[in-house]
Design a protein around this ligand. Structure first.
Ligand SMILES: C[S@@+](CC[C@H](N)C(=O)[O-])C[C@H]1O[C@@H](n2cnc3c(N)ncnc32)[C@H](O)[C@@H]1O
Length: 245
């Protein structure tokens, strides 16, 4: 079970630390203070995860059970790799029998059992390369992709929404029947057409906001559960409303 680290600090490092005024710009100092005082950052270090993002996936799974039963997983926008670490663990993936394929245009240190492609997911060759790398039909497609920030909020949102949309079409193209798709999106950002496409193809489509996703962030996750299969698209979706946690 994923325990919320809020209010407690199990890493032994003090919370509420301040960075001395001086060399850093005020905005950088604030970022650094928030980072070192973030209980999820401290807990990720303690538990050997490469990023605090691990807890978003674990919290979503705790409620929606998407990891148990997954035999092959594709991780889009994987670096630095905490979701891939979890994916490798739950699939018992090894280098001899890899069950996780991951992609990012940034470098990622190797993770045993994870086949990593360093390339842009929007490259037209990326889908085929991922299919080759996974070596079988995946039952879970994860996307934590966020477009690099430009400083222009609306542009950043639109780019990340585009990544979510391309990821959703990829999921429908590769998933095994009964499989799930989880992707980063923004509050109020999911396009109606994308939601309709997902509702046609999955039995349940919801929005979720795990506690470890910062409250001030407009980040949300779109979860589409129970892929109907490529033959059965268009049949009725059992749960149609979107639910925020
Ligand atoms: C929030 S981070 C992912 C963190 C990751 N889930 C983890 O647990 O370590 C988002 C990642 O998406 C990647 N990304 C964004 N756009 C991408 C694209 N077009 N192709 C591949 N990766 C992309 C970024 O480079 C970044 O590493």
């Amino acid at each position: 079970m994923t325990k919320s680290p809020i209010g407690g600090n199990r890493s032994g490092r003090k919370l509420g630390q301040k960075i001395k005024k001086g060399k850093l710009k005020a905005s950088s100092r604030r970022w650094l203070e928030r980072h070192i005082n973030d209980p999820y950052v401290q807990r990720a270090q303690l538990e050997g995860y490469r990023a605090r993002a691990a807890f978003k996936l674990l919290e979503i799974d705790e409620k929606h059970k998407i990891l148990s039963g997954a035999r092959r997983i594709i991780d889009l926008g994987a670096a630095p790799g905490s979701w891939s670490q979890i994916a490798a663990k739950v699939t018992n993936s090894t280098d001899a029998d890899p069950r996780v394929a991951a992609i990012d245009f940034l470098e990622m240190d190797p993770i045993p059992g994870v086949r990593f492609l360093q390339m842009d997911f929007l490259d037209p060759q990326a889908p085929e390369k991922l299919k080759e790398a996974i070596g079988g039909t995946p039952d879970l497609v994860l996307s934590d992709m966020a477009a690099p920030t430009t400083g222009h909020r609306q542009t950043d949102h639109l780019r990340t929404m585009h990544l979510c949309e391309v990821a959703a079409h990829f999921a429908v193209d590769v998933l095994a029947e009964g499989g799930h798709f989880l992707a980063k999106t923004f509050q109020g950002g999911t396009e109606r057409d994308l939601l309709n496409m997902l509702k046609q193809n999955f039995r349940q489509v919801i929005h979720v906001k795990p506690a470890s996703s910062r409250a001030e962030s407009v980040e949300m996750f779109l979860l589409a559960k129970g892929f109907k299969g490529r033959q059965k698209a268009g049949t009725e979706t059992e749960t149609e409303e979107e639910a925020a946690e």
